[in-house]
Design a protein around this ligand. Structure first.
Ligand SMILES: CC(=O)N[C@H]1[C@@H](O[C@@H]2[C@H](O)[C@H](O)[C@@H](O)[C@H](O)[C@H]2O)O[C@H](CO)[C@@H](O)[C@@H]1O
Ligand SMILES: [Zn+2]
Length: 311
């Protein structure tokens, strides 16, 4: 039986770039600390816009090869974070980027937005039962900002967490596994507002400036249960990972812009809402560690159960 690292974190994201924007510093920290960090990305981002003019030909309405290109960007970003386990949900290209809400691409039969929930969740159960994470990170029910692939990634992740623990669900995928803690990405409003004050004071040259409410997952500070501090080495790795997503993100010091050219701040720290499991912090205090209070981070469960067929 293979030996798993004592601490194991699974992140589920919609497109290449979301992981670096939302969790780059968190992923770099835990990878550096020896935890197993597993990223599952649900699409290849085939319908994205393209920032560099010399790469415009990659776009879906031209050569339609942006997906494979962004897969390469993702690999480069993971190298910056020290993350070695990154996978596509099901298989590369199985679920296609659905485009923004209301776009005609939403209705493509291969769009992730059209995927059968239990089929897609089954693809994720296979990963959950293999890597047996104690902690899962994904989006809130609105996907942070209402993108169909983000909403679907939330639904698939939460459904898979339930199915993976059910011994009656597809036993060929491995022994049941219950994830101890589940978090949703979020951004505390006060931190976002402070970031935009920094941006306006810096007088940077982005063509435009985003608004606080353009930032995904902004919530009242009181709803934030967990804040991973912005250690300089991990913040630098995050910025480098974001820069690796050349077609999607422009980074300028502590600020960045997506293809909409609207400048926004790199948020200080990375913040989460614990939605399943028990906080490891004292009552009323925020956690500063996703594994706080996890019962099995001593490695007591670090031997992976193999699927029946593999025995
Ligand atoms: C961060 C994120 O989820 N990006 C998605 C998003 O891209 C945005 C979209 O192209 C929008 O039209 C632009 O104004 C915005 O700047 C982009 O960030 O949607 C894309 C299509 O589904 C997706 O590929 C991209 O990863
Ligand atoms: Zn996305």
């Amino acid at each position: 039986m293979s030996e798993l690292p004592a601490r194991r974190l699974l992140l589920v994201h919609a497109h290449p770039d979301d992981e670096s924007i939302n969790n780059g510093a968190t992923m770099a920290r835990y990878a550096a600390e020896g935890a197993l960090v597993t990223l599952v990305t649900c699409t290849l981002g085939e319908e994205g816009e393209v920032i560099p003019a010399d790469l415009a030909h990659l776009a879906a309405d031209k050569d339609d090869v942006l997906g494979p290109y962004r897969s390469g960007e993702l690999a480069a970003a993971m190298a910056e974070l020290g993350v070695t386990d990154h996978r596509q949900l099901g298989a590369p290209g199985r679920y296609r980027d659905s485009g923004m809400m209301g776009a005609p691409q939403n209705d493509r039969p291969d769009a992730f937005w059209q995927a059968d929930l239990d089929t897609a969740a089954g693809d994720l159960v296979a990963v959950v039962r293999e890597v047996r994470p104690q902690v899962l990170v994904t989006y809130d029910p609105d996907g942070g900002y209402g993108h169909p692939d983000h909403i679907q990634a939330h639904r698939v992740a939460m459904r898979a967490a339930d199915l993976a623990a059910d011994p009656a669900f597809r036993p060929e995928l491995g022994a049941p596994h219950a994830i101890e803690k589940i978090y949703w990405n979020c951004n505390p409003r006060s931190v976002v507002e402070e970031g935009f004050e920094r941006l306006r004071a810096a007088g940077l040259s982005f063509p435009g400036v985003a608004d606080v409410d353009d930032v995904p997952g902004v919530v009242p500070d009181a709803e934030v249960t967990t804040s991973i501090p912005a250690a300089p080495e991990y913040s630098a790795a995050k910025a480098a990972a974001m820069r690796a997503h050349v077609t999607q993100i422009s980074v300028d010091g502590p600020f960045f812009a997506l293809s909409n050219d609207l400048g926004q701040p790199l948020i200080s720290g990375e913040h989460y809402r614990l939605v399943r499991g028990t906080s490891g912090a004292k009552d009323g205090e925020r956690e500063d560690d996703l594994f706080a209070g996890v019962r099995t981070q001593d490695g007591s469960d670090a031997v992976a159960e193999q699927p029946e067929a593999a025995r």
